[in-house]
Design a protein around this ligand. Sequence first.
Ligand code: SAH
Ligand code: MG
Length: 898
Amino acid sequence: MVTGDSSLPPKKAIVNPKAIIHQRFGDKAHYNIEEIQESVSNGCPGLAISQKGPCLYRCCLQLPEFSVVSEIFKRKKDAMQSAAQKAVEKLSDPPVEDPSDQLVARLSYLFSNEFYSTCHPLSGHFRAALHREGCINGFVPVSLMTIYDSKVANLCKSIKPDIESKPLEVMLMIMDAATRLSDTVFASKELLSLRRTSPYPPEVLQSVEVSCKQETYVKVIRVPCLTEKIIEPLTLDVSSNNYYMDAIARELGAADASKVLLSRCIGKASSETRLYFHAPKSFQLDVMSEREVKDHQAYLNARASYLSGQDIYGDAILATIGYMWKSCDLFHEDVSSRTYYRLLMNKVPTGIYKLSREAVLAAELPEKFGARSSWRGMLPRDILCTFCRQHRLPEPAFSSTTDGGTKDRRPSEETFKCEVKIFSKHQDLIIHCHTGESFKKQSDAIQNASLKVLSCFNNYLMKLNMSQEKWTNGNGLGLDFYPEHISKELQFFSLVHKSWPGIKANTKRLLAVNGTNQSNSELADTICSYNIDGQDSENFPSNGCLVCICYSVCLVKEGDRELIEKNDEFEFELGSEAVTPDLEAVVAQMGVGQSANFRVELPPQELIFAANGDPTRTLSLLSSGGCSLEFSTTLLLVTEPLEDRMEKALFSPSLSKQRVQYAVQHIRESCATFLVDFGCGSGSLLDSLLDYPTSLERIVGVDISYKALPRAAKTLHSKLSQNSTSPVQGSGIKSALLLEGSITTFDSRVYGCDIGTCLEVIEHMEEDEATLFGHVVLSSFCPKILIVSTPNYEYNVILQKSTPEEDTEDKNQTKPCKFRNFDHKFEWTREQFRMWASELAEKHNYSVKFSGVGGVEGVEPGFASQIAVFRRVWDLTKDGNSSDLPYKVVWDWSSDNV
Ligand code: SAH
Ligand code: MG
């Protein structure tokens, strides 16, 4: 896409084109403006941050008789004028010359002496063909004409618009045109080539002989038709006396270059990477019998067709080679199996993301888009555009709407929503994403909607065998998906990525932690061994943290190992599923400076080949069986989410410490012995409580995150074991239990505690879930006292004003997100919190008082963390003997066992 000045509408026009159209058609002229994103692709490998192009516009002008589409512009106005200009031109066009005549004229030029010496992607073939022995007339494959001469291609298209997708018909059309040049060009339908009837003049032929002989070899890949056969690297001799198309023909078992067909470019549009394949034996499809057609279909090459988006039959050769505009020399680059697998990956959303991060084995397309500042790799919108381009789908259509200054919002709280539509080549709707989620920034709305669409495609591709109904109904709110409109090629996915679907489904839970006495059988499944080394540090990551790790991945078998992938600095946001589940689970348990080693089952081979390593070594290791993949990683740095940084920087003692102290005070006053921490996360409250002398004997932590709990187990274990040998401040803890489960579900082990804490948890749930938790906890768990804290939304103005160091480089991009933490589903005002808590208290016969930490009672805008303390005003009658035990024990410690 070019927005050259040349395409700007003429400024000097006295009457502007739009005015002319208006005069003539009035309101029968409809202008539709479409927003498109020019994504500046990562030209620079290794530069992880892809650059976002400016927002561009294209305009479609519909008139009663016809419609025109403008070029692409930075301003809507220009796009409209350009469309109008095109319409004006079309209205006043002189009757055009017959395209068939033009095609004949073009062919005649191509075979002229003049054309021979130009620098043109096609003229190189004319010259190379003359190197063939005894071939002074030169013969050039017809298949090349449309590929390398866009004039020929366009003329064919204007003769028969749908011909583009039928390469054989195009060739017949060119042959027919050439027969009209019978005195200069000889067309042979059997040979599928065109040649001059008379030899080139001697001076031309001499210039050919002069060119020196140079030995040149180029690596290519054979993609066998049978998907069971593995792709095979080959070396072609393309020395200057050897026409490369002939060399390819030999590999394909074809008689000569003329029997070889070419695909369009694969991967980047500007590349010269193409698939070469044998023309069907019986070339004239129109005379092929039904039987022959059927036989032919059986040779459909799924991998090649998938890669190129067009039907390819028989074995194919993937090569980067050809003549270019800028030089008369042959351009070529080696194609390795790595290139092949990367091209494949580039067709799946998660693959595009992995490549953009140069982390094929470690990275995964995240499931959440928090803030632009913590997103790494290509942005969702750019991935979506790339995906559509890869599958030759029209650019995604984004439409965003704002909703500012409604009755209960101040104008400054303008929000944005974004809808995305993806259409098929034939303009059928494939996906319509209209979740209605609103965002403070337009770009966040667009990125989030894009990510939803990408996840949908990803899930669909990974589970192609799933029934269609499941897809149309089961996609949750605001996402309509019509897989029946997905192209045939995309449906080759399961054939091509044979072993890919399992990758995400195999999420395994890592529970064994060094130093805890938990034996764990589940660990065995994918992770063979698992080890964290190094001094434990105070600084460990929690969800929402930006972590920086270095890692390497090796293929290992007994003593043998081969390095496959390595990153010295790799940043990702914990909790957003930006890396493979195993890696994320391990990192969640590490402290800064610690290293870990673990082995996992082999991922799909194509990922290993796309990553790298020495392909022959890798192949021999893999084919010998019994390999596994070993990750070694070190946690280098943890950047806490803005919320935590603010809580530490702006409050003294830190806000979390103040919450702990608040809980300790209630424990002491009530002489509580049994405490349950609802949503304990990685155990910071339980851990800190152990530093104070209290009456507590039994503590239980419950959380839904299987990643955070092992971390809690680890810290509590070391502290409790240490306490029992040299009792710190008389800690009387007799038992400690960590349970995995949702606090909205009842479990009898948590019934009837003296004190329940639920600090900064409810805002991480949807509002209805938070209310459900309230009902469950007060009616079923029945704690004597329940302490619930949550951020006070009204306090955010203060936090935002005094935000310490926020990244200055991209000021507009990184304004703090809507809430204090991207994982927050809501943040309530004092009034909202009061309503929530009072209704619950009344319903379940509890009393409730409000307070908080950070801030001063009664002073606007209230506390930073607002707290509700519920007290049961009735006695427990039923005992907790029922045996509802939905939670899973993650760690169970008892002082008796130490
Ligand atoms: N209370 C801790 C952690 C707060 S972060 C502290 O103050 O440091 C919020 C925690 O709530 C996360 O660990 C998250 O996993 C947990 N959580 C969210 N929804 C939950 C649910 N339905 N059941 C249990 N835990 C939940
Ligand atoms: Mg929070």
